[in-house]
Design a protein around this ligand. Structure first.
Ligand code: FNR
Length: 357
């Protein structure tokens, strides 16, 4: 295997688009509505300016961060993405290896296409487990126990996607092939979807599966001692509620613009979320991060770390574990250059790398 001829994440996206079949690409790239949030996100990052500094002493500079008592080489995490085997035969195993080789925490999706124990065993690297709370509480609790037993370091509870329309993927005829499924949910009895009539309610007429509520989060808190992060928090009110419920961290996310269009870019709501929790717990951010400068901007605004989703899948599709590691490496190199040229030597405190607007 040789590295693809890619020098940044845009190269990877372009190459991966040529390689991935049309329906799978539609699933990967799909956005809700008109993709307004995605466009606003790029604009929001582009509007922020960095303040260059010269002749700063960079000896001992480092991208190292600490989270929940653990130390990581850099602030880039791999966001939970379902069904990696759609994009490479080695799927989650390859991603775990690429992540492990670059000390990149991997957040394994509830909808992974590989057993969570097998993913954990594929690498010594840090891994967290993303949990979708299931209507069947016993099944949910059993999943948590499996994640604990396998050695996952934290739970990421995703709360921003109880429903979605997936228009682009459906239009492109996306379907899971028979050999790929959410293996970790096998045995779960799915709620029978009620067929909706054109005259009836598409959602509220009984077809809405029981979506989790705050009481479920409290129950989860009582169930495990693993650090719990809530993923998909956008409102300051929800952020302070999460803090009050004893949660350990937040991920400001709009699911990469895939679920509800017209919501603000995460980088715009990050400051209000940080203020709501008084910076007492780590706040991470994801969505649209494609450059090292995007990461430095997020860190300067107070993020504890960032996550990338689609870009590492592009790496996976191009070159398996090596592609995943290469994507992280490219992004980290861009981050280090941006740090050096803004006189930023580390992330113990939020770097003052932003120019005044
Ligand atoms: C996702 N995301 C996601 N999130 C989650 O909590 N559980 C999941 O199973 C999935 N599945 C998933 C599949 C695909 C194909 C994509 C693209 C995304 C959302 C993901 O964790 C993350 O929030 C976004 O992908 C971040 O945006 P970028 O980096 O892709 O722009």
């Amino acid at each position: 295997i040789t590295l693809p001829d890619a020098y940044d994440l845009a190269d990877y996206e372009r190459l991966a688009r040529e390689r991935i079949s049309e329906p799978y690409w539609a699933y990967l790239a799909s956005l809700a509505g008109n993709g307004l949030t995605q466009r606003m996100t790029r604009e929001a990052y582009d509007r922020l300016r960095l303040a260059p500094r010269v002749l700063a002493d960079l000896s001992g500079a480092s991208t190292r961060i600490r989270l929940f008592g653990a130390s990581f080489e850099h602030p880039i995490l791999l966001a939970p993405v379902a069904y990696h085997r759609l994009f490479h035969p080695d799927g989650e195993i390859a991603v775990a290896q690429g992540a492990g080789a670059t000390d990149t925490p991997l957040v394994v999706s509830t909808h992974a296409s590989t057993g969570l124990e097998d993913i954990r065993a594929a690498s010594q690297g840090p891994q967290w487990f993303q949990l979708y709370i299931q209507p069947d509480w016993d099944f949910t609790a059993a999943l948590v126990r499996r994640a604990e037993a396998a050695g996952y370091g934290a739970l990421v509870v995703t709360v921003d996607a109880p429903v979605s329309l997936r228009v682009q993927a459906r239009r492109a005829g996306f379907q899971l092939p028979p050999e790929i499924d959410a293996v970790n949910l096998r045995g779960l009895v799915a709620a029978e979807p009620q067929p909706s009539t054109l005259g009836g309610s598409p959602l509220f007429g009984g077809s809405l599966p029981p979506a989790p509520v705050w009481a479920d989060v409290a129950r989860l808190r009582a169930l495990t001692r693993l650090p719990i992060l809530l993923k998909g928090v956008m409102a300051p009110e929800d952020a302070s509620r999460a803090l009050a419920e004893g949660l350990d961290g937040l991920i400001v996310s709009n699911h990469g613009g895939r679920v509800l269009d017209s919501v603000p870019p995460t980088i715009e709501v990050l400051p209000a979320v940080l203020a709501a929790v008084d910076r007492r717990i780590p706040v991470l951010v994801d969505g649209g991060i494609r450059h090292g400068t995007d990461i430095l901007k997020a860190m300067a605004l107070g993020a504890s770390a960032v996550l990338i989703g689609r870009p590492y899948i592009h790496g996976l599709a191009m070159a398996g574990a090596l592609g995943v590691a290469h994507v992280v490496h490219l992004l980290r190199a861009e981050l280090e250059v941006a740090m050096a040229l803004t006189g930023c030597t580390g992330f113990d405190t939020a770097p003052s790398a932003l120019a005044q607007a």
